[in-house]
Write a protein that binds this ligand. Sequence first.
Ligand code: DON
Length: 310
Amino acid sequence: MQGEFLMDLKNAIHECWGKIDEGHVATYIPALANVNPYQLGVCLFDVTTDRKEQAGASQVRFAIESVSKVIALLYAIDQLGLKAVSSQVGTRQTGFPFDTILNMEITGESRPLNPFVNSGAILISSLIEERDGQSPFERILAFSRKICNDPGITLDHEIYRSELATGDRNRSLAYYLKARGSLSNDVTTSLDTYFRQCSMMVTCESLTNLGAVLANDGVAPWNGERLISSQAATYTKSVMMTTGLYTESGTYSVQIGVPTKSGVGGGLVAAAPSHCGIGIFSPALNPVGNSVAGLALLEMISRELKLDIF
Ligand code: DON
């Protein structure tokens, strides 16, 4: 890396550090409850200059959790086409928490409202089938390593066991989808794929690379290879903007204005179109399940680098 820094990320971390005390690590998944809350890391990838900068806990591995829903959605679109995927999962806000079942009951729709609530994400994972001796999860893992430019992504068995032990609500969502005729593949395999994809371990840098591919219209800025279609990148950024932060999506659309997706491991991926990819990690969450210091840092970065798309 040469020349001017994009911004003083170390100082930004310093300024947002106090926000950590306003949140709590996720406790509903026992393995996440053991994570040290006092961590904040960030990595930026400017796709106009190919410059990458990072600070703080940017190389610490953490559970990707719901950020994996972005990767699974992109992979499903890549494999089945956008029409097939969007006919099975919608793009609407639910107005309910991420593990809700209510949205489908209330609207009477047989398809989940969007791919980032658990019902929609489980359905998306169910669309990936075994191929050439590779399980659906192995295929998602291989795609994750590619789109995050990170061969070090692996499954954490302790997180996975925790997901299995506390996953009854997700099981109920999957069986409900099956009963409604929305999920046609095997429920057990679909759930196992979902639990495993949530248990992949990533760093801020991996998420930054993912964000950079989205920001760069589907082309990997590190080697010029097209990894996803332009249509898939645009569609996914739109859904991140409208539903990526659950019931806070509207709030942060106004405050930050950059397509973003969160996970209860404390990760955030953001993609500022034609500008930069951002990966952030800070495990203390607000009640909705979004990283408190992470969002404060993202807001600061968006303001400083003028990333707000509106
Ligand atoms: O399904 C679950 O409960 C988790 N494995 C993932 C949830 C999650 O990350 C929600 N996001 N903020």
